[in-house]
Design a protein around this ligand. Structure first.
Ligand SMILES: [Zn+2]
Length: 466
């Protein structure tokens, strides 16, 4: 079957459908949220629109509590899952094109959700229709599972997997080609210091960062009772470290701030952690015990590198590389003590229990305790599995490129599947403009992806001869 040619012939249909879907503003909408409409009107409208497409094709359709739904075709005990989502992040500002206009220009379709994840969803949907129309006999059912809360907490797929059948194998067209078969574990570690015994601390407050999954790009501290020379030492520190910052006297306190550089927690080395830099400076200045213990902890644990060696949390494996630590939210007052919230992206084969026990032994000497507040386990599908072997073959056959297996520190929708990977539809070397202004999808790539997905559906839904 020449899927590429068939997809090309159905380009108008694909684009008209995608335009209709992009034009539904499906951002989580608290103002219209009710028990019956759990994520607001927009996400539900997009979900229902999608399910209507399935009904029009005489496929089996189910809406589950207005959170998630599916469209299924074919027969068989086993099932191939395709995991997509139709909700989007807010448009934000600085768009040239209308965020929900779905304008087509220069071979691209612009709009929020064009690449994340409405474009890939419609490419996979065209693939399902092409396979159906070709009348190919399949051994497994094919089910597209459509979430409407991927961007705001996965409550959609959590509802699905708590109540419905887990696919035998599947893919999520919600990330990159070729194939992402390893996703690190993601844990949020909270390091806490007890409150100060006395009120006479030089550090009145310290704060940096809003989210554990970002490198903080700004940190500020309020000081009292520090020597006159502090201002001079601060400016010398800034120029030495090539950083920008401010020093302001407010009454008998001093406020200092440092600018860093933001980056995603999956590679903290891509940013400059402002909290760590500010702590490094304060570590030289402060003499009161409790405040000194706080900044010393931040410096010891996070200043030299981001792989967790000082806390004995470091680990590396061949499948997924280094474990990384990002001190994303850092705060201190004498009354509350210090708090450092860390997003740890740990390797696929991480000896989790041993590592957490090891760090617990190191912490008392530093004056801190640890609480793990979130933990999403690593996700990995073996390179020799049926799923990977088949998708590799499909990718190579359709692109002429080698299907390299990728490991990432971020999490994709695929980790919700027992036996699933992220498979497209951003091709290697393409810029990732998801969540940015003027998000777009390249139309030629939509066609190419639809052809790949059709081929993949048939491969995966055909059982191997035994
Ligand atoms: Zn997405």
């Amino acid at each position: 079957m020449n899927w590429q040619q068939q997809a090309e012939e159905r380009q108008n249909e694909l684009l008209a459908d995608l335009q209709a879907l992009v034009q539904i503003n499906s951002v989580l909408d608290e103002s219209t949220m009710t028990e019956e409409v759990p994520f607001g009107n927009g996400p539900l409208e997009a979900l229902n629109w999608m399910l209507e497409q399935g009904k029009a094709q005489d496929m089996k359709v189910k809406n589950m509590a207005n959170k998630v739904g599916y469209i299924e075709m074919g027969e068989g005990e086993e099932m191939v899952g395709i995991l997509c989502h139709v909700d989007v992040v807010p448009a934000g500002s600085d768009w040239v094109h209308a965020p929900f206009g779905a304008e087509i220009e220069d071979g691209k379709l612009f709009g929020r959700g064009a690449i994340d994840d409405k474009g890939p969803t419609m490419a996979a949907w065209l693939a399902m229709k092409m396979v159906k129309d070709a009348g190919v006999k399949l051994d497994r059912r094919v089910r597209m599972i459509i979430g409407s809360d991927e961007e705001t907490g996965f409550r959609c797929v959590e509802h699905y997997f708590a109540n419905e059948e887990m696919p035998t194998l599947g893919f999520a067209p919600d990330a990159d080609f070729p194939i992402i078969n390893a996703e690190k574990g993601i844990a949020v570690l909270e390091f806490n210091q007890a409150p100060a015994a006395s009120e006479n601390e030089q550090l009145v407050s310290f704060k940096a960062g809003h989210r554990t999954n970002m490198v903080p790009d700004y940190a500020e501290a309020v000081l009292t009772d520090v020597p006159q020379s502090t201002e001079m030492i601060f400016h010398a520190f800034l120029s030495n470290a090539q950083l920008q910052g401010e020093y302001t006297e407010i009454g008998d306190t001093i406020k200092i701030s440092i600018k860093g550089k933001s980056a995603h927690a999956m590679e903290p080395n891509a940013g400059v952690n402002a909290a760590v830099k500010l702590a490094q400076f304060l570590n030289v200045i402060l003499t009161t015990e409790h405040a000194k213990q706080f900044v010393n902890f931040v410096v010891t644990a996070f200043a030299n590198e981001t792989r967790g060696h000082a806390l004995k949390l470091n680990f590396n494996d061949e499948i997924s590389g280094d474990t990384t630590l990002n001190a994303g939210v850092v705060s201190y007052t004498p009354q509350t003590g210090g708090k450092v919230e860390v997003s740890m992206r740990y390797s696929v084969t991480y000896p989790y229990a041993d590592k957490i026990a090891a760090v617990a032994q190191v912490l008392p000497t530093l004056g801190f305790t640890l609480a793990v507040t979130e933990n999403s386990e690593p996700h990995h599908v073996d390179a020799n599995s049926e799923l990977i072997q088949k998708l590799s073959k499909v990718y190579e056959r359709n692109t002429g490129e080698q299907a390299e297996l990728l490991a990432i520190g971020g999490g994709t929708y695929a980790r919700e599947l027992d036996n699933g990977v992220a498979f497209g539809m951003l091709f290697p070397g393409e810029p990732d403009i998801a969540h940015q202004a003027d998000e777009f999808v390249v139309i030629e790539n939509l066609i190419k992806a639809a052809a790949i997905y059709a081929d993949a559906i048939i491969e995966l839904a055909t059982k191997e001869e035994v």
